[in-house]
Design a protein around this ligand. Structure first.
Ligand code: ZN
Ligand code: ZN
Length: 459
């Protein structure tokens, strides 16, 4: 045995099992070819250019569904269809939104309403500001200290790779308006749930708790929130004027669904998802045009390679941003059916760095095969008993199996729900790495790609 051969043997013995078992060469070839994918860029470029913002339940979201049906049909998917559902629709007059410190240091502040905010009377409201550093400080405050005033809640959301700070630091947005309303506040403004220092306020949904009367609820950009904090620290009474014009109507949203047929028509599908709706401030490139582009591009690459054993179902959910309406509608209609796995791309366009899955103990070898196949893309193995996703979250909680391809969200909350969520923020190479990861996942989970079934000749 040569020295180098001995060294290789020694290395192999020292390498964890994960790296030794070979990856199916067909899977590896599909993965590597997807790094040159153009389809995802074509989809997100087209959607953000030809439709633009697509707020849930509005005519813009309906145009997005029409666009999506045309696009998915043109890409060659089967059974392209729309499942519609009714929903309450909140919409705003973007040009009418404004805030200003009236006293002691008069100046404008950058503001935008949170979803489901009440409107102010035309021309706005004016009130004294009472500030809190955290949502818990607001919760602990006596009602009398808040009644009739404009509540301001700050916080200190840090940047995190996995986005975990959004859960904890999103509370001022999710809970703050209802807490303020119940205490009799005139209105509430929060520091945006974001990590950038641009004068871009971040919108996002909040839902009124039972017994909470809707009041005007808005977010200040980070620079403006800190400006207001400094003004409050001067110790004089601070008066704010707030003008927010918006309305509630009834409307319709829908899920756009398309299939890649499987060789076994009775096999449960692998469902890959995103959400088609976006907030109205940007063009929804990162949240979540990119996700729709990634999952459809990956499914198309599998479809082009032949016929997978199991069907692949693409779902571009409607009305995610305003309360998971699309995910809940799908769950009500199909959640009891078998699904081989669910996965959703809804965390921007950053590179995927970790894979989590929850396929159950009986499918551990499959989950590990997926980990091995993804490793060359710089993706590390994560949990084997957890998976996440927005619209698919309730179905995962019901116990359906899932895969989570975790994207690097270090910079996601710089753009999230702002007017800066536009196409130019997407890095094409990062998008291609996402497509490669999703293609790999589908290649592993769809049970192997075979030839097209032979058609009987009709003579
Ligand atoms: Zn999203
Ligand atoms: Zn969002």
């Amino acid at each position: 045995m040569t020295r180098s051969a001995f060294a290789a043997l020694f290395m192999a013995a020292a390498t964890p099992l994960l790296a030794q078992t070979p990856v199916d060469p067909k899977v590896a070839a599909l993965r590597d070819a997807a790094l040159d994918d153009d389809t995802a860029w074509d989809i997100v470029e087209g959607l953000t250019t030809e439709v633009g913002p697509r707020l849930a339940g509005t005519a813009a979201e309906a145009r997005a569904r029409d666009w999506s049906v045309r696009k998915l049909t043109a890409l060659g998917f089967a059974n392209v269809r729309v499942d519609t559902f009714p929903m309450p629709v909140w919409s705003r007059d973007i040009d009418s939104e404004s805030a200003a410190v009236v006293a002691p240091f008069p100046q404008p502040l950058a503001v935008t309403a949170l979803g489901n905010s009440a409107a102010t009377p035309l021309g706005g409201i004016q009130g004294e500001v009472v500030g809190f550093d955290t949502i818990d400080d607001l919760i602990a405050a006596p009602d009398a200290s808040v009644r009739g005033k404009i509540v301001f809640v700050s916080h200190a959301m840090p940047r995190t790779q996995d986005g975990s700070s959004y859960g904890a630091f999103g509370r001022p947005r999710r809970e703050g308006p209802s807490v303020a309303s119940r205490k009799g506040a005139l209105a509430i403004v929060i520091r945006s749930i974001g990590t950038d220092y641009h004068r871009n306020p971040h919108t996002g949904v909040q839902t009124w708790a039972d017994g909470a009367t809707p009041i005007p609820a808005a977010a200040l950009s980070l620079p403006d929130a800190e400006q207001l904090q400094r003004i409050l620290k001067r110790g004089q009474p601070v008066t704010l004027r707030l003008n927010l014009q918006n309305r509630m109507t009834q409307g319709q949203s829908g899920n756009v669904i398309a299939d890649v047929p499987g060789r076994d028509p009775n096999a449960p599908p692998v469902l890959v998802a995103c959400h088609l709706d976006s907030w109205d401030l940007g063009t929804g490139a990162v949240d979540d045009g990119a996700g729709c582009a990634i999952v459809a591009a990956a499914a198309k690459r599998i479809m082009n390679a032949g016929r997978p054993l199991r069907p692949i179902r693409i779902v571009w959910f409607g009305a995610e941003e305003v309360g998971l309406f699309g995910g809940l509608d799908y769950r009500a209609k199909y959640g009891k059916q078998l699904h081989y796995a669910l996965a959703e791309s809804d965390f921007g366009a950053g590179r995927i760095y970790r894979v989590n899955s929850n396929l159950g103990p009986a499918r551990k070898a499959e989950a590990q095969a997926l980990q091995r196949a993804l490793a060359p893309l710089g993706i590390v193995p994560g949990e084997l008993d957890s998976a996440g996703g927005s619209d698919i979250g309730p179905m995962l909680a019901d116990g359906l199996p899932g895969v989570e391809l975790q994207q690097d969200g270090t910079h996601y909350f710089d753009l999230h729900h702002t007017q800066d969520d536009t196409l130019d923020k997407i890095d094409k190479k990062d998008l291609q790495q996402n497509v490669a990861a999703w293609t790999t996942m589908l290649a592993v989970l769809s049970g192997g790609i075979g030839p097209e079934p032979k058609r009987r000749s009709r003579r």
